[in-house]
Design a protein around this ligand. Structure first.
Ligand SMILES: Cc1ncc(C[n+]2csc(CCO)c2C)c(N)n1
Length: 236
């Protein structure tokens, strides 16, 4: 069994919980409220900004030029593909620039992106791929599972179409192959760490749906977050 297949198996119960989460089910059957989806879109735009930076850190950590170029292309792709999807949704959902400027990430969005930066800070390219692969792969499997669904809400139809598409499968397969190639050349303790990063990201993916389902907020209010961001010079 390949390393990626092994990780997929180990994460199966967590992924099943994502497939069955009311937010995901609600996209499929169209019962998800637009208030929750709107909240998700705002949090996800924040997530994607940082995801793209982590991909770029992967480009910097690669040890051959072809991989550097490919990871950089992925970082650019996140901006083009994902954020253009978001721009489209934002217009349709009436999200204003002011709302974006005053936006504060919820605890889970902050924790998930922090987890990916941790992999990038302390790990090698294999750690970064292990931490970001569930984002690609889980969304692809969700897209596949929802292909047959035809929710009345056209925003949800477009969301399903985006992740079930062929262009997306190629991106996912490329990153799976990269993970398996790296896994063959590293030590057992490296593989153990990569597994933990993959599982942790899988759990955060599940928590991300839950965050949007519950419209999660910071205890004591979002103002607390202004102090956190001021400390680390956060701009995004
Ligand atoms: C929380 C969260 N997780 C995964 C994705 C999906 N995604 C984000 S970047 C990327 C790779 C390039 O498209 C993919 C598949 C998302 N949007 N939000």
């Amino acid at each position: 069994m390949s390393f990626s297949q092994y990780l997929r198996k180990e994460a199966d119960a967590i992924w099943e919980a994502s497939f069955n989460h009311p937010f995901v089910k609600g996209i499929g059957d169209g019962t998800l409220s637009l208030e929750n989806f709107r909240y998700y879109v705002l949090q996800d735009a924040y997530y994607l900004t940082h995801f793209s930076r982590v991909q770029a850190l992967g480009a910097a950590k690669a040890t051959d030029l072809a991989t550097t170029a490919s990871m950089a292309a992925h970082a650019q792709g996140t901006n083009e593909a994902e954020l253009s999807l978001h721009e489209n949704f934002s217009k349709r959902l009436g999200i204003t620039d002011e709302e974006r400027q005053n936006f504060k990430p919820a605890p889970t969005a902050y924790a998930y992106t922090s987890h990916m930066y941790r992999a990038a800070q302390f790990g090698h390219l294999g750690d970064i791929i292990a931490a970001i692969l569930p984002c690609y792969w889980l969304y692809y499997e969700i897209g596949e599972r929802l292909q047959e669904c035809s929710p009345e809400e056209s925003i949800y139809k477009d969301w399903i179409a985006a992740y079930g598409g062929e262009w997306f499968r190629e991106l996912v397969e490329e990153q799976i192959q990269r993970l398996d190639d790296i896994a063959e050349t590293v030590t057992e303790s490296d593989r153990q760490r990569m597994k933990e990063l993959f599982i942790t990201s899988s759990i955060y993916e599940l928590q991300f749906w839950e965050m949007a389902h519950t419209l999660e907020e910071w205890p004591f209010g979002n103002e607390v977050f202004q102090t956190v961001t001021a400390e680390v010079g956060e701009k995004a």
